[in-house]
Design a protein around this ligand. Structure first.
Ligand code: NA7
Length: 535
């Protein structure tokens, strides 16, 4: 695109990941002109950026792909129950090829600003590379975990070794077999990566601030028989996801913990523990995330499982979570994580008792020791939900800034529309179910609802839509009330925004359940979008 020209489209999409790609496909099908801007050099979003060793999703593969193309469903075969990043990226590239999506996507184009012009009811979008475009609608497919976070450690610049964040893993091959490596962070990403790099590393030191309840993933290759079964039951599987709280193949058990005897409960936990993926978290007793005593029993069950696997009792204790209830932070899935700490070249540093004081030229200094490294990897997570959009200068009606609005209270009606920002839709925004979901399942719902709304506006001759303040307020109230009924708001995590220094501490996700969110969205559409101001 000529950087001096401002091209005009019906819609501009920010990001070409799972949501952005589907936006392009669907808008085109509905007869809208569209341009997507993508910061990377290829499609895939999360799966384009997160190339660290061990990266894979924790959703069952056959529940993860797009549901809207029978052709792709017939053609594509996942090889593992939980697909690695390389396979998922291959899958997304196949989708892009099949539907020729790239012709409407500009790559290497990180959006820097988006300004609403109330005179001609359009959004003007600029990229860091100098591109400029205008459209009636601005659609964000920026992902809820795409703004990497690296803490501002004192002295970081003085470190002479290499550093990188997990989402910025070098493209050239990395050989750590003779390197002294430090890893900071033991969330879902750190757990996957540490397990993998421990297999071939010179010496590895893991800096852990909070021990997690890591559950065995129990991944395996998909057999031919399983493949046939998944294909035969594909629509049934998607329907099951649709009915479930978080878009997974799991439903919480109908029983509450103390409805059953202690013996039966232990048997139930053992059975769930043998299950794959999130089975233990999302098909347990229905009060595990709301009742402290119920949760403590499950937490204790996991603590014992952890301790059985670590040889050194002191290390085992350090790896045992005791400061938060199970499931209130997103539980990482692991495949040999604990055994890595039985290796003589893998060490664990507890940052709660010996915090990092600073980086030095040679490595890291904690309150008790100095460590020397060739490489330090930050598995320190993301500025979740609001981070990606807050890094773009988004100006709505009257020049108001989205970041300023969200600094006060990060919210969006139905998780998709922010008052003051007409004709702008967000996927994975605050209080949107997709940030607490088997992501493609909820993103599909978001994209379909948004593009249906745009079609409806076109049909009815409307050129401006903005959520009513009362609607946004009551959705925020409902989202925060749903969260307050759980144990999730008592602890610090990216769900609460409290992993980022200075960020407002408030629940960002939506835990009212994907089916309820969808039901409300559908009702709003059926009622002619009467919770919006339309013109
Ligand atoms: P997470 O889950 O936010 O984990 C980040 C990790 O980094 C976690 O262990 C943090 O400890 C640690 N961290 C963050 N800041 C610091 C500082 N300043 N010092 C030491 N340690 C720190 O991010 P992930 O990338 O692992 O996972 C994000 C999501 O991706 C996950 O939920 C899945 O949905 C996929 P803390 O626990 O805060 O004490």
């Amino acid at each position: 695109m000529d950087s001096k020209d401002t091209q005009e489209f019906d819609a501009i999409v920010v990001g070409a990941g799972i949501a952005g790609m589907y936006f392009v496909y669907r808008l085109r099908k509905l007869g809208f002109t569209v341009r997507a801007f993508e910061a990377g050099t290829g499609v895939g979003g999360t799966w384009y950026w997160n190339r660290y060793p061990g990266a894979r999703f924790d959703s069952e593969s056959y529940s993860y792909g797009y549901s809207w193309s029978q052709e792709i469903l017939d053609e594509w075969e996942w090889t593992e129950h939980f697909s690695p990043q390389t396979e998922t990226l291959r899958y997304l590239n196949l989708v892009a090829d099949k539907f020729d999506l790239r012709k409407d996507i500009e790559f290497n184009a990180r959006v820097s600003s988006a300004v609403y012009d109330s005179n001609d009811r359009s959004w003007c979008v600029e990229t860091e590379s100098g591109s400029c475009a205008k459209a009636s609608f601005l659609l964000h497919g920026t992902g809820c975990l795409s703004a990497p976070f690296v803490p501002e450690f004192k002295g970081l610049d003085s470190f002479k070794g290499k550093t990188w964040h997990t989402s910025d893993w070098p493209r050239e091959p990395v050989d750590l077999s003779d390197k002294r490596v430090g890893v900071i962070g033991t969330g879902a990403t750190g757990v996957q990566m540490i397990t993998e790099i421990a297999k071939n590393v010179g010496d590895l030191t893991v800096f852990q601030r909070t021990a997690n309840y890591n559950k065995p993933l129990r991944n395996s290759l998909i057999t031919e028989e399983e493949q046939r079964d998944f294909k035969a039951r594909q629509s049934e599987i998607f329907e099951k996801c649709k009915q479930s709280f978080g878009g997974f193949i799991y439903q919480f058990d109908e029983r509450s913990t103390f409805d059953v005897s202690s013996e039966e409960r232990q048997e139930f936990y053992e059975e769930l523990w043998k299950g794959k993926g999130f089975a233990f978290w999302l098909s347990g007793f229905n009060d595990v995330l709301t009742n402290e005593a119920a949760n403590e029993e499950v937490s204790e069950f996991i603590r014992k499982k952890i301790q059985e696997r670590v040889d050194d009792p002191e290390v085992a204790e350090m790896l045992t979570p005791r400061d938060h209830p199970f499931g209130t932070k997103r539980p990482p899935m692991e495949s040999g994580y604990y055994e890595a700490f039985n290796q003589s070249n893998v060490h664990l540093v507890d940052l709660k008792s010996t915090p990092i004081e600073c980086f030095t030229e040679k490595g890291i200094k904690t309150s008790s020791s100095a460590y020397e490294f060739d490489v330090v990897i930050f598995a320190t997570g993301f500025d979740g939900v609001t981070g990606a959009l807050n890094r773009i200068d988004i100006r709505g009606e009257g020049g108001s800034s989205l970041k300023d609005k969200w600094d006060e209270l990060p919210t969006a009606y139905l998780g998709m529309c922010a008052v003051g920002f007409p004709n702008m839709f967000i996927t994975g925004g605050p209080h949107n179910t997709s940030s607490f979901c088997n992501i493609p399942r909820c993103l599909e719902q978001n994209v379909e609802w948004i593009t249906d709304c745009m079609s409806w506006m076109r049909e009815h001759g409307y050129t401006r839509l903005e959520a009513k303040q009362a609607a946004e307020d009551s959705w925020a109230e409902h989202a925060l009330e749903s969260a307050d009924k759980t144990l999730l708001t008592n602890i610090d995590s990216w769900f609460m925004g409290s992993n980022i220094p200075g960020k407002k501490r408030v629940f960002l996700n939506y835990v009212g359940g994907a089916p309820y969110h969808r039901q409300v969205c559908d009702e709003v559409a059926q009622n002619g979008y009467d919770t919006f101001d339309l013109d």
